[in-house]
Design a protein. Structure first.
Length: 107
DNA sequence: AGTTTGACGCTCC
DNA sequence: CGGAGCGCCAAAC
């Protein structure tokens, strides 16, 4: 899966600073894959949990929520990491994208 | 090679 | 605001 698209996706995700998050759609767009948000999720899913190079935990859906349905505690893990980075979840487990969404400047 | 599935997003109701 | 429907596309069957 050494697709160029994946490389771009990882590059974008890697560029998300600590304490900030990005939506799948935004990452896809930034990676040159407009409308292929699903592909982004697929790419991240293929990542090993050890991939510290790619902060997949900083990627959430357009609602500012964690997508993982009920994978091996993945959702809980992601939330824990984000909270540890300073990201605040509201009572519904949602992130305030207006404040935490990372918008790369110069684009 | 056809079908199903899925870390998504947007529109409609 | 929540649920349903549809579009998108790669990987798994």
């Amino acid at each position: 899966m050494t697709s160029d698209a994946y490389v771009k996706i990882y590059a974008v995700v890697r560029g998300i600073p600590r304490g900030r998050v990005m939506t799948y759609g935004a990452v896809a767009r930034r990676a040159g894959l407009p409308g292929r948000a699903r592909q982004v999720g697929y790419a991240l899913h293929a990542l090993p949990s050890k991939a510290e190079d790619v902060p997949w935990q900083r990627v959430v859906n357009a609602e500012g929520r964690i997508s993982l349905a009920d994978w091996e505690g993945g959702a809980g893990l992601q939330r824990s990491i984000l909270e540890a980075e300073g990201v605040v979840f509201d009572r519904r487990g949602r992130i305030d994208l207006a404040c935490y969404e990372w918008r790369p400047s110069g684009d």
